[in-house]
Write a protein of this length. Structure first.
Lengths: 327, 327
């Protein structure tokens, strides 16, 4: 973990105090070197990067614990979708100030997740900013040579499936913004703050999926990307998109939240994947054995048009905004 | 290169227009996937991360071309110090707005350097921020298994050496801040804005150095870190620290700039290394063949005290601030 700072500086003390305990991998050298080593090994290294900015990707008053977990988990979610086993990560932290309470809670939660997901901290950089707190994580995973599960690869006739439930995170954000503080909605807020990366699915995806990605920007937009990269389209039955009981309750209680919002809102960090019909059964069985529900929601079709989402009456749904974009 | 954005979003268009042309490596998948692949290969993968924040690491009005080059080069400098051959990098860019002129100049310069240093863009993330422009690059290099050149490894009796000249960058920043606009000082400003990573030294360091790091936070502080990690101290003759003609001229003309400032200022991105006396001659010969001057500035000694910098009269120099720290 490099920083601009000397042996006795506040910055090096910060790194030593909060982050060195997390850097247990031999290749991290206890964060005392300028670089880390990922040892030569069988397999390709999969690399993914996700940045989180206060006020954009999380609420400025989100607790440090949930923020730490989310920052790592959104990257673990990408690795899982690619069929990769986590190998480690580096962290860039741009902070306004070195607040002891905040840093200590942040590092403790980050360390717990790094241990739980067997993805050790390898290095990083800690810098000052006058702007919003910004975190950037680059995570590494391993796959057998040439086997990373791509976005490209979906073929006409493939089943389109998603893991878990869709829309909980955006419903949770809605709860936070509207202050609808019923205990029934607590799981939605929890899902917004701390996603559940489907690392248990990596092996099954590697064996059976033709294409996969994680749902981060909204199901509608992310499926459009997967289809565009694969050179296909899809027909999705929107009513089959799995929704949690809590999200269904909120949908029923609050007309300002729509089903369209759930499937375009993003922050789900569920797996969107495609597989041939026979392979899909194997994939679903393995997923179930790993404790994850996979739900078929439609089919890949030939064509280059954006995927169609069809409602219960067979009508095409129209979305004001397919997914989130920064610019 | 993932972004929160859909197929037709401004963000994906931004990535496609400016950054896809840089992603020529097969493992980058033209930035159309969620992750990149660094293929399995002989050797360990060396990983380094450096972030740059506007107003902290560069001036807010620095040109986009120099900023792009600096962001990549500070990471290439770390790889060189570790004896690693560049293999690729990922970029996180937190932007206030997607300005076409700025992005196009930034991406062109980044692409030129990526090609010149054979270090292709593999992926990244582009996000919005309300704060200062923030760039984070994680770069990858390869070394033979177990051979990364460490900070630890310096032994009593080793020669301490630096590449090139020290203090040009901080002198250049001084020129920018004081407006001392003599043409003679232009090389100093150029060195502040665009460092020259010593990638040509990587092989020689791998073969002969006992320890190495790049000088980013100031020679005094960085040597203190190297010594602390190696469990040794050092005696440096400050007069032997090489200074460029332009920096010497500025020192003579402006009493507000001191020699102490040059060796504590940082942003040099030269190599600080140690080697046994015989190995040092081989190292210096190979460096010269690669077009880089290595200068012996002192010796590693036993002990745990901070390194001593001794002036021309044999007196210990005392520094108000050994190097830069963010906190």
């Amino acid at each position: 973990m490099s920083g601009r700072g000397t042996g006795g500086s506040g910055e090096d003390e910060l790194i030593a105090r909060y982050f060195r305990p997390l850097a247990r991998s031999p290749g991290a050298f206890g964060l005392t070197d300028d670089a880390a080593v990922l040892p030569a090994g069988a397999g390709d290294l999969v690399v993914t990067t996700d940045a989180l900015v206060a006020g954009v990707h999380f609420l400025p008053d989100d607790p440090p614990e949930t923020l730490a977990r989310k920052a790592l988990r959104v990257n673990l979610s990408d690795l899982a979708a690619k069929g990769a086993v986590p190998a480690g990560f580096v962290l860039t932290l741009a902070l306004r100030e070195a607040d002891d309470t905040w840093l200590s809670a942040f590092a403790r939660a980050l360390g717990e997740d790094a241990a739980a997901f067997a993805c050790p901290l390898m290095g990083g950089d800690t810098v000052h900013t006058d702007g919003p707190l910004t975190l950037s994580i680059t995570a590494f995973g391993r796959v057998p040579p040439g086997r990373m599960v791509r976005r490209a690869g979906a073929r006409a006739g493939d089943i389109v499936a998603v893991s878990g439930t869709i829309g909980d995170a955006v419903a949770g954000l809605h709860v936070l913004k509207t202050g609808a503080a019923a205990p029934a909605y607590a799981p939605l807020v929890a899902r917004y703050r701390v996603p559940e990366p489907r690392v248990a699915l990596a092996g099954a995806l590697l064996d059976h999926a033709t294409a996969a990605m994680d749902v981060s920007d909204g199901l509608v937009g992310d499926l459009a990307k997967l289809c565009a990269t694969s050179g296909v389209t899809a027909r999705i039955e929107a009513a089959r998109v799995p929704v949690s009981p809590a999200a269904a309750a909120l949908l029923a209680a609050d007309p300002s939240l729509t089903r369209a919002a759930l499937i375009t809102g993003g922050d789900d960090y569920e797996i969107l994947c495609t597989a041939g019909p026979a392979a899909f059964e194997s994939l679903r069985t393995k997923a179930r054995a790993a404790g994850v529900t996979l739900t078929a929601i439609g089919r890949i079709e030939e064509g280059m048009a954006p995927p169609r989402f069809v409602d219960g009456e067979g009508r095409d749904m129209v979305f004001a905004r397919a997914s989130y974009s920064h610019f």
